[in-house]
Design a protein around this ligand. Structure first.
Ligand SMILES: Nc1ncnc2c1ncn2[C@@H]1O[C@H](COP(=O)(O)OP(=O)(O)OP(=O)(O)O)[C@@H](O)[C@H]1O
Ligand SMILES: [Mg+2]
Length: 249
């Protein structure tokens, strides 16, 4: 199987806070890995390192065959276009409409496109997440679920090969969160992406995750399918499942 992202023995500290300790993970083409871990365990730090937003202390991160610490700023920018990032907080530009939020990355990274071509891509992408009708709204006029959808659309607008989702369903009601999880699956198939998803939401983990990785004590403590981890006898793994959310239909 072809791997699109390989993280090996990643270490990252902030002063005496040794957050990642030899964390390793391989993402294969077409799959979605869900990373589980308690708050503060280093999940966001790990994906920020993977997309080149944060420097790490040691280890190796290869994205689409390229070692990211060997890249200069121009090369890293070119590689970043192939990676979509859905931020934990949606991180939309508040002063821009929904349409402009999608236009921004297109203008920046696809100067080859004409305005009408950009408009077509924006329309198609918003249609795909069911939000074309909101194209002229500002982020302050959107609900939490709509913001997540726009964040997803903005990550997909450049047709990335790898998408990183940082808590795509956090803060949403169970119904909306299951809609977003289903949308992620749909988009994975439609855009043919590989992805890493960070989530506390066991329903999202169960329906979107081809594999799960538990980030505990800074490392890839355990890995398996949802069912394999759900049946684990390990006390640290069991705590992820004790609220019964994984069983929700
Ligand atoms: N820029 C930073 N400077 C200093 N410490 C940081 C920085 N970013 C993260 N940390 C620390 O790294 C640790 C891991 O943070 P991280 O944001 O990765 O947690 P997380 O697993 O994503 O948690 P959550 O589920 O709450 O989002 C925390 O102890 C945090 O305080
Ligand atoms: Mg986080």
């Amino acid at each position: 199987m072809e791997s699109v992202l390989e993280i090996k023995n990643l270490n990252k500290s902030f002063g005496s806070n040794h957050v990642l300790r030899n964390f390793s993970l391989t993402l294969y083409k077409g799959e979605n890995i869900v990373v589980l871990g308690r708050s503060g365990s280093g999940k966001s730090v790990m994906i920020k390192c993977a997309v080149g937003l944060m420097k790490y202390d040691s280890g190796s991160i290869k994205v689409l065959g390229q070692e990211i610490k060997d890249l200069n700023a121009v090369e890293l920018d070119a590689l970043r276009v192939k990676m979509g990032f859905v931020f934990q907080s949606s991180a939309l530009y508040d002063s821009m409409t929904v349409g402009e939020n999608l236009e921004f990355p297109l203008r920046r990274n696809r100067p080859d496109l004409r305005k009408s071509e950009m408009d077509d891509i924006i329309k198609e992408t918003l249609d795909n997440v069911g939000l074309y009708y909101a194209i002229n709204l500002l982020p302050s006029e959107l609900s939490g679920g709509m913001k997540k959808r726009v964040g997803l659309a903005r990550a997909l607008v450049l047709k990335p090969e790898i998408v990183f989702y940082d808590e795509p369903t956090t803060g949403l009601d169970p119904f909306t969160s299951s809609e977003i999880s289903k949308l992620m699956l749909e988009m994975q198939n439609k855009y043919n992406t590989s992805s890493i998803t960070i989530s506390h939401d066991m329903y999202c983990a169960r329906i979107t995750g081809n594999r799960l990785v538990a980030l505990i004590d800074g490392t890839n403590y355990a890995e398996g399918t949802f069912e394999e981890l759900q049946n684990s006898e390990d006390e640290k793994i069991k705590t992820f499942f004790t609220h019964g959310l994984g069983k929700r239909k």
